[in-house]
Ligand binder design. Sequence first.
Ligand code: NAP
Ligand code: MG
Length: 401
Amino acid sequence: MKKIQMTTPLVEMDGDEMTRVLWKDIKEILILPHVDLKTEYYDLGLPNRDATGDTVTVESALATKKYGVAVKCATITPNVQRMSEYNLHEMWKSPNGTIRRILDGTVFRAPILCDGIRPYIPSWKKPIVLARHAYGDVYSAVDGVAAEGNKVYLVTENKEGQVLSKQLVHDFNGTAGVVQGMHNCDASVRSFAHSCFTYALDAGLPVMFATKDTISKVYDGQFKKIFAEVYEEYRERMEAKGLWYLYTLIDDAVARIVRSEGGILWACKNYDGDVMSDMVATAYGSLGMMTSVLVSPDGKYEFEAAHGTVTRHYYKYLKGEETSTNSVATIFAWTGALKKRGELDGNAPLAAFAEKLERATLSAIEEGEMTGDLIPLFSREGIVPQKLSSEEFLRAVAKRL
Ligand code: NAP
Ligand code: MG
C-alpha cells in the first residue's frame, strides 16, 4: 500500500516518562505504517532540556510559529525532587508556560466522548470545551496584611511619577486585615478573545463568556467590552455557520452549563477557568480522555494530552512490570495535529486518515477493549470490558484501523 504523503512538516515535541514510551509506540504502531510522516523533531524530554539550557523549548515554540501546527508529548515540570532525580543544572520552567508565552496562546481543554463512558452529568452529550484566560488577575496579584489603624490606597501614577488618582481601598479602623491588588491588560484580554473565536469557528461551537461585571463594574466590565468588540470581527463568519456568542454573568453561566447538553465553548477568566476546568474534566470521567489545544490569536495550533507524564506507571514500566496506561488523549493530540496539517495543506487523505484513527480508537473502547482507568467508568449492554496493557490497546486500535 502506498503511504499517505505530507507536504509541510509537523512540529513534534517529544517528552518524558510513560508518555514518552506511549509516544514512540503510537508512532510505530499506528501512524508510520500508513503515513510517510514528516516532522521537525524537538526533544523536550527533561535530560535534553537540561543539556540545551532549555533552548530546545524556545526553538520548538518558534518552529510552531513558523509551521503553524505542533504536537506535544507531556513533559516534566521540574521541582526540588526532580532536581536530584535528573541531576539538573537548573529548575527549568514549565515548557507549557514557555511555549504559551511565545505563542501568546490560549489553552482549550476538550473531552473525548465515546459510547459506554458516561459523564457524571448525564445530559452532557457533546463536549464542553473550556478556555481559560491564563494571564493576570489573582495569579499575578500583590497582596499583604494591614495592621489595625492602617489605611490602604490604590494609587495611579503617570510615566512622570505624577499621581493621577488615589482611591481608598479600606480604612482598617478597629481591626487588622488583608489586602490585594491585581491587574489585567487590554492586549491580553483581546488576544484571548481572538483565540476563543478562532477556535470556535474552527470547531463549529457557539461561545459563552462570563464575568461578574455587576459587582466588578470597571474591571470585569472591561473584559465584557473587549469581548463584544472582538466578536464584531467574527460575527458574520459565526452567524454564517449558525453559531452565536453569549455574554452572561458567571453564576448564570454555571447554571446554563449544568443544564446544557454540551457542544459549547466556555470562555472563562483566569480563576474561573482554573476551578471550572477541573470540574468539567472530572465530570467527563478520566484524565486519559481529555485533550488540550493551545491556539494563538493568529491561528497557530499546538495539540497535546491534558494529563501529565503518568509517573507512577513509568516507575512500574522501568521495573519491567506491565502497565495499562491510557493513550487516547495522546493519540487524539496526534490526530488533531494531522487533521489540522491536512486542512491547512489541502491534504484530504491526511485529514481522512486522522479521522479514521480517531474512529478506530473509540471503536476499540466501545467494543470493550480498554485500559484499566476506563474499566470502572464503562457500561454498555452486552459488553464485558476487558483490561488491556498499554501496548495491547494500541494493537487493538491498529487492528481496527
Ligand atoms: P499525571 O501524570 O496526569 O498523573 C496523575 C494520575 O492520574 C496518574 O498517576 C494516574 O493515576 C492518572 N492518569 C493520568 N493520566 C493517565 C493516563 N493516560 N492513563 C491512566 N491513568 C492516568 O499527573 P502528575 O502525577 O501530577 O504529574 C506527573 C508529571 O507530569 C509531573 O512531573 C508534572 O510536572 C507533569 N505534568 C505535565 C503536564 C504537561 O506536560 N502538560 C501536565 C500535568 C503534569 P493512577 O496512578 O491512580 O493510575
Ligand atoms: Mg485547577
